[in-house]
Design a protein around this ligand. Structure first.
Ligand SMILES: [Zn+2]
Length: 246
């Protein structure tokens, strides 16, 4: 459990070393510091639950059911090729008032890619989502959390806010029970936290059950789960943190 927090610290340290070592030399980094929103500075008891890699026929409806029966709005970072396969579940997310962000058309890692490739992956997903009835996405989650200054600058130029996370229980690994996932998340919860789960092919019953338990515990502790956009709005000035890589 402590390994979640520790991993984050180590990763951040690596990024700082990398930045000092010269990533900051690119033009992109000079014009605007490349940033990923990992959490939102606030004293209010608000957090965001996010779901990556869907929609899937199996898990998206189950997760939507848990969210809706608890009147919770969350953010889904949708992969275009999944949405093309299961447009009805993207539609259910929209109908349920969930926020739809982009996770790329093909779940392509943007790190080390050319501007043209990045733009193609990002714009292709925007086109897919819009063609299926979603509003134009303005949030982007990097597959694998992998980025570099070029990818971040292209996303910024395309008017995306890049969203990371502050709590990652690794639900997609299938190593943890629902109770363990719940404990890991609740141990690290704090005002402004962004939690990452998955409703993609790698999701599981443990995720669904954990989300239900986490919502219940959050409410008991006086926390309100919001979409990422609402979380950012409810914070002080949107405060961008260091990118999280893994
Ligand atoms: Zn993903």
């Amino acid at each position: 459990m402590g390994r979640v927090g520790k991993g984050v610290a180590v990763v951040m340290e690596l990024w700082i070393v990398g930045a000092v070592a010269g990533f900051g030399e690119t033009t992109a980094a000079k014009s605007a510091p490349p940033v990923v929103v990992r959490s939102v500075p606030t004293l209010k008891k608000v957090v965001a639950l996010t779901f990556d890699d869907g929609p899937t026929k199996k898990w998206t409806p189950e997760i939507l059911h848990v969210l809706q029966s608890n009147q919770v709005k969350a953010t889904f970072f949708v992969v275009g090729r999944q949405a093309l396969r299961y447009p009805q579940y993207l539609n259910e997310e929209i109908k349920a008032g969930m926020e739809v962000g982009s996770h790329g058309a093909n779940h392509m890692t943007l790190k080390g890619k050319s501007t043209a490739l990045i733009e193609r992956e990002v714009n292709e997903n925007k086109d897919i989502l819009e063609s299926l009835g979603a509003p134009k996405p303005h949030l982007y989650r990097l597959p694998g959390g992998n980025s570099d200054p070029l990818a971040l600058s292209v996303l910024t130029k395309l008017h995306y806010t890049v969203v990371g996370w502050s709590i990652d229980p690794h639900d997609w690994r299938h190593r943890y029970s629902a109770d363990q996932l719940t404990t890991m998340v609740m141990k690290h919860i704090e005002p402004g936290a962004i939690v990452i789960f998955h409703d993609g092919p790698n999701s599981s019953e443990a995720t669904v059950k954990a989300v239900a338990q986490i919502i219940e515990q959050l409410k008991r502790e006086g926390y309100r789960p919001l979409t990422v956009s609402r979380l950012i709005q409810s914070g002080e000035l949107p405060h961008n943190r260091l990118p999280l890589e893994r």
